[in-house]
Design a protein around this ligand. Structure first.
Ligand code: COA
Length: 337
């Protein structure tokens, strides 16, 4: 699917992030699974990740990231935004959605719903929030990406435990003009459901509520196949949005891709012809935080000066489903909350 913003655009106007306090480093994982700090670092680029503590959940992380994004945008009160779009595949309950609980924590009473496109969720949610604004349904939207994959990985599985971490990131979108800094778009969004089994949790949903084998309730990943698809699809989708926007590869100052594996980011950048220093990476410290990955990387890069106002930024995500998508913006003058 491709979308082209009409006269009214969604403009990024606030940014926030939230991570659990508990750090799980490679050495701790190597102490209980058949792996090593060296293997994890060289094969994935990850040194440590954050994991939710007892009682800490997706709603907690999402609400804190949302609170910070609203503060960054200078917004307060029940009418601060008209809608909360929460990208997550680890909602606190199977039913209902978690977004209304996040909205309630923030004192917001407008529309609130979850969107599940797994690791592509944040880019899908930007398109959805942008659509609400472009269609005149909302003036401002809080878009959050939050996940706690520590609740989905099998603690005995060395192929997934080292990769995933927990976290949340959020942005405020407001109505504006397509040529303003921060205006989002165009978008490029895709899916390939035939390949769902490459990365999934088989039981727990409507098709198979429960299984006697506890492993069916955990995330199972065919890593090598996922790796190949991620590199190819992120590069392909990035090219599509660049072409649609009339940007050359050389126009891109920063590539903020889904932080799944440093080698995936490097491969996608190489296929695109982007220089290594355009690649924004915080995967070393947070791992793959699924829907939170891109807004967390934006918040870190904004805070440490890697991302500066005026930079032309390419966002590209890939995730289970399979799903993938990309968008572009000129970085606005925002200070993370
Ligand atoms: N520690 C040590 N060895 C490990 C290991 C670990 N944590 N995980 C796997 N291995 C082993 C494998 O068993 C295999 O052993 P074998 O050769 O004896 O069979 C060997 O390392 C190589 O495995 P392979 O899967 O080919 O490694 P890889 O280079 O593809 O790296 C991933 C594995 C998971 C890091 C990589 O495939 C990947 O990042 N995939 C994408 C994951 C992802 O992004 N998922 C989310 C998408 S949104």
């Amino acid at each position: 699917m491709s979308t082209q913003a009409p006269g009214r655009a969604a403009v990024l106007a606030g940014l926030g992030a939230s991570l659990p306090v508990r750090i799980l480093d490679n050495h701790e994982i190597a102490g209980r699974l058949d792996t090593s700090d060296e293997w994890i670092r060289t094969r994935t680029g990850i040194a440590e990740r954050r994991v939710a503590g007892p009682g800490e959940s997706t709603v907690d992380l999402a609400a804190e990231a949302g609170r910070r994004a609203l503060a960054s945008a200078g917004l307060t009160g029940p009418d601060a935004v008209d809608a909360v779009v929460l990208a997550t595949s680890t909602a606190d309950q199977l039913c209902p959605a978690s977004a209304p609980q996040v909205a309630a924590r923030l004192g917001l009473g407008g529309a609130a719903f979850d969107l599940n496109a797994v690791c592509s969720g944040f880019v899908y949610a930007l398109a959805t929030g942008g659509g609400l604004i472009a269609g005149g349904v909302a003036r401002r939207v809080l878009v959050i990406g939050a996940d706690t994959f520590s609740s989905l990985v099998d603690p005995a599985d060395r192929t997934t435990v080292p990769i995933f971490g927990d976290g949340a990131g959020a942005v405020v979108l407001r109505a504006g003009l397509p040529d303003e800094p921060g205006a989002l778009g165009p978008f490029d969004l895709h899916s390939e459901g035939e390949l769902a089994e490459l990365l999934w949790v088989e039981a727990g949903g409507a098709k198979r509520r429960s299984s006697d084998d506890p492993r069916d309730h955990f995330l199972v990943m065919q890593g090598t196949a996922v790796f190949r698809h991620a590199c190819a699809r992120m590069a392909e989708s990035s090219r599509a949005v660049l072409e649609r926007a009339g940007w050359m590869v050389g126009d891109v100052d920063r590539f903020v891709g889904h932080q799944a594996n440093i080698r995936i980011l490097q491969s996608a950048a190489k296929q695109l012809g982007l220089p290594a220093d355009a690649v924004v990476a915080n995967i070393q410290r947070v791992g793959n935080t699924s829907a939170a990955s891109i807004p967390l990387a934006l918040a870190d890069a904004c805070a440490d000066g890697t991302l500066e106002p005026g930079h032309r930024v390419l966002l590209s995500a890939f995730g289970a489903g399979l799903t993938w998508g990309s968008t572009l913006l000129r970085w606005p003058d925002v200070v993370p909350g």
